[in-house]
Design a protein around this ligand. Structure first.
Ligand SMILES: Cc1ncc(COP(=O)(O)O)c(C=O)c1O
Length: 282
């Protein structure tokens, strides 16, 4: 049976039972990461765990693990479960304590759970593109923290599904922020635009990879907020995430983008991403 990392041990998945008093369950009081595995190796894992520790710091959560320990336990999990292509999900909550909003006093140990999934790259979406819709961003003001509180994201994604789309691109008023589980980009006249890194978006690791690829290919990459109207008039649209990689959007709110074709800059970024898989996995 598949093994799960559960508070310091590798146990059979069926034995990983969480208390009803876990603060992740009660309050969503915790953080997570999602790390891709390609050919048995961890992709951009240091960047993911740096962000994990940053998220922990931002919510005052003491993890008692450093980056090397997190990478080591991830490697072990991938090896034990024999994962070739897939991902690791890891989350940490503020532990188990009687229900009170304030932090437990005395503090309790963080509860850490990690498991693996096995699946292939999203070749169909990468090749043919996906539909997306736009939706108002109703989330809190610390979207830079990869928090377990994902209700706004859940509702946005469900809205997408309702309208036969793969992703919902969110906007605060007129300003496009990011997808429900991805970063969003508009490409216009050879320039890639995406929301700047601040409290309104998650600083995506795939976004950073894309930025590096754009730099390598000398494609201008502007971290500038843009409007829904600008997005609707873009030459190409992309959403990116650890699982979606560089996914082209070929229809937005029912209107075709770039005559329904995947555009040339998107294709270049995808080529660069294929190379990054080889160079940034350890
Ligand atoms: C809200 C949100 N923004 C952006 C991303 C993309 O982040 P990454 O590229 O690190 O997976 C995600 C990924 O889950 C996300 O949930």
């Amino acid at each position: 049976m598949e093994k799960v990392f559960f508070n310091g041990e590798f146990v059979a998945a069926d034995d990983a039972k969480v208390s009803y008093n876990d603060r992740g369950y009660v309050f969503g009081d915790g953080i997570y990461e999602y790390i891709r595995v390609y050919n048995g190796k961890l992709f951009t894992v240091t960047e993911h765990y740096e962000r994990f520790l940053r998220s922990a710091g931002e919510i005052g959560l003491d993890l008692n693990y450093d980056i090397d320990q997190l990478i080591e336990l991830s490697r072990k999990l991938v090896d034990i479960n024999n994962i070739n292509n897939g991902a690791i999900y890891i989350q940490a909550t503020r532990g188990v304590a009687e229900r009170n909003h304030n932090f437990p006093t005395p503090a309790v140990d963080a509860a850490i759970v990690a498991y693996t999934k096995s699946y292939d790259r999203p070749f169909d979406h990468l090749e043919n593109g996906v539909n997306a819709v736009t939706v108002e961003d109703i989330r809190w003001l610390r979207c830079d923290i990869k928090s377990l509180n994902l209700l706004g994201n859940v509702l946005a994604k469900e809205y997408a599904v309702k309208y036969n789309a793969v992703e919902a691109i969110q906007h605060r008023g007129e300003t496009v922020t990011e997808g429900s589980s991805s970063n969003a980009y508009a490409i216009k006249d050879g320039v890639i635009y995406t929301h700047p890194v601040n409290n309104f978006i998650l600083n995506g690791i795939t976004r950073r990879v894309i930025k590096d690829i754009a730099d390598d290919y000398e494609i201008p990459f502007k971290e500038e907020a843009f409007t829904v109207d600008f997005l609707k008039n873009a030459d190409e649209i992309i959403v990116s995430s650890t699982s979606a990689e560089v996914t082209p959007v070929i229809k937005l709110d029912g209107e075709v983008v770039n005559d329904g074709q995947v555009g040339p800059i998107t294709r270049k970024l995808q080529q660069g991403f294929d190379k990054a898989i080889a160079t940034r996995s350890i």
